[in-house]
Ligand binder design. Structure first.
Ligand code: CAO
Length: 471
């Protein structure tokens, strides 16, 4: 900070300091903050974002696998450890093709390698020790305490590899429920999503989007990448914990916003307000209300009588109110004091949406999209999963990808929803159970052929003969 000489400066008399010529910043003069010189390779050909990061993937079911699949898409080498002969339980859940891994599994474990290891076998633990020494991140979502019971405590792992990041999904953070096992809908209920979803007259509702599992997996991926970044400075790993309750609450934060607003009066943008129904003590379910500052609702379109998805989500954004009036055939609403301002419209939203729906019911959802988008009116068609699976533009962007699998054939998966301009996504099929066991033992961990033969005989990587016969 500059020193003051005690005299007041006279801004009119003060001589303007001679202008310094702005230094021209070029690639050569820019400070490099310890970074290498900018690559000369064309964008997309300088490797993948997480190339060189190796993940020891101890995840199962959905939350953890979502995280590690995303990291694999970004270029990490993800080694999924599974129990010999059993594997991730989802391999066999909701099976559609006999004797083939289910879509539940294949769509959450793409681009990974699978190694089978019995972590409770002494030789299995030897292999895990080597993996811990060679990997950057261990990711797990076992029930609380399971990793410790295997002997893989933070202290143990950190001693073997001080650079290791240990990332976990648990149902709850420290507190009264920390020891509980948790699945998706438990988290939706405990994270505030279910109590604020559904219609006021109905019970709490869970959503189809897996905000507890996949949502928390995404949070964990961000935690891991942040920890990897910090490790560049500190040289050491750390624990990353994402509780599913916290992840859901983070996604439902607008409802905690509304909870606090309730103390200052009714939530005027909720249709309950326009219907004259008083608010209680907690945020109510708001049906298809917008949740934001622009009133909105779900409206029927042409064909709704037979097509369950012939609906459009219609947002009466204030700046385009006049266009809305024109398009639905109510031009007088542009100047009518009962409709002309957002505040005047609030108590009349039900009537307004009923009138807009009279118009949308004369058009298909795609016709409404075309007409409204041309006028800058924000609307969204309800797309069925069939329509999404067949959508050409989603295929072109790599958001929906078809991959081929040796036992189930071709299937669709969701590719990387995060697009990086210098790192193409690597979206490949999921591995068969133990498909890469030998490859990892020899090429990653350096076991000799004789040692591998010995490990095989020991039962540490193969199911016991009894369960093989029963399978
Ligand atoms: N070799 C030997 N044993 C293995 C093994 C291996 N390779 N991999 C796992 N196991 C064992 C573990 O050691 C553990 O055994 P113990 O309980 O005897 O110590 C057991 O398999 C795994 O236990 P789990 O309790 O995690 O599995 P579960 O099916 O009973 O519970 C779930 C599943 C999801 C409820 C629980 O893991 C959980 O609460 N996870 C945290 C929250 C979470 O991620 N939930 C989302 C799941 S997706 O909906």
């Amino acid at each position: 900070m500059a020193k003051s000489n005690g005299k007041k400066a006279n801004p009119t008399k003060a001589k303007a300091a001679p202008k310094k010529k702005a230094a021209k910043v070029t690639a050569a003069t820019a400070t490099n903050n310890g970074l290498p010189k900018p690559s000369n390779k064309p964008y997309g050909q300088a490797g993948l974002a997480l190339q060189g990061v190796r993940i020891l993937d101890f995840t199962h079911v959905q939350s953890g696998p979502t995280c590690t699949q995303l990291l694999a898409y970004m270029g990490a080498d993800v080694i999924k450890v599974e129990r010999p002969g059993v594997g991730d339980i989802t391999r066999g859940q909701l099976r559609d093709v006999p004797n083939a891994d289910s879509l539940y599994f294949t769509m959450l474990n793409g681009t990974k390698r699978s190694i089978t290891i019995d972590s409770k076998h002494p030789k299995g633990m030897d292999i895990l020790n080597r993996l811990i020494k060679t990997c950057d991140v261990l990711v797990e979502n076992f029930a609380p305490g399971a990793l410790d019971r295997m002997g893989l405590t933070w202290e143990y792992i950190h001693k073997l590899n001080p650079r290791m990041i240990v990332a976990s999904v648990k149902g709850f953070g420290p507190g009264p429920y920390e020891d509980c096992k948790v699945y998706e809908n438990v988290a939706q209920c405990a994270g505030g999503a279910a109590s604020t979803t559904g219609f006021r007259e109905g019970p709490p509702l869970v959503t189809g989007a897996q905000i507890g599992d996949s949502g928390t997996g995404l949070h964990l991926a961000l935690g891991i990448v942040s920890a990897l970044y910090q490790r560049i400075r500190t040289g050491r790993g750390q624990k990353v914990l994402c509780a599913m309750q916290d992840g859901v609450l983070n996604l439902a934060r607008v409802k905690l916003r509304d909870q606090q607003r309730l103390a200052h009066g009714p939530l005027t943008e909720y249709s309950q307000y326009s219907e004259g129904i008083p608010f209680g003590k907690a945020v109510p379910r708001a049906g298809n209300d917008s949740g934001g500052g622009q009133p909105a609702w779900l409206l029927k379109c042409k064909g709704w009588e037979s097509d369950p998805d012939a609906y459009i989500y219609f947002i009466t954004q204030a700046p385009v109110w006049e266009s809305i009036c024109d398009v639905i055939g109510e031009p007088t609403w542009k100047t009518d004091p009962d409709y002309a301002t957002p505040k005047a419209r609030l108590p009349r939203l039900k009537k307004i949406f009923e009138r807009i729906e009279v118009w949308t019911m004369t058009k298909t959802k795609f016709e409404v999209m075309d007409i409204c988008n041309a006028l800058d009116i924000p609307v969204g068609p309800i797309l069925s999963m069939k329509e999404i699976a067949e959508d050409e533009s989603l295929r072109k962007t790599g958001t929906v990808v078809e991959v081929d699998h040796p036992t189930r054939g071709k299937y669709l998966t969701v590719g990387n929803p995060i697009k990086l301009s210098d790192s193409p996504a690597r979206v490949e099929r999921s591995p068969l159970l133990g498909e890469h066991t030998e490859e990892i033992l020899s090429k990653v961990l350096g076991y000799s052929a004789a040692e591998i033969a010995d490990i095989k005989k020991s039962g540490a990587i193969a199911p016991p003969e009894k369960s093989k016969a029963a399978a």
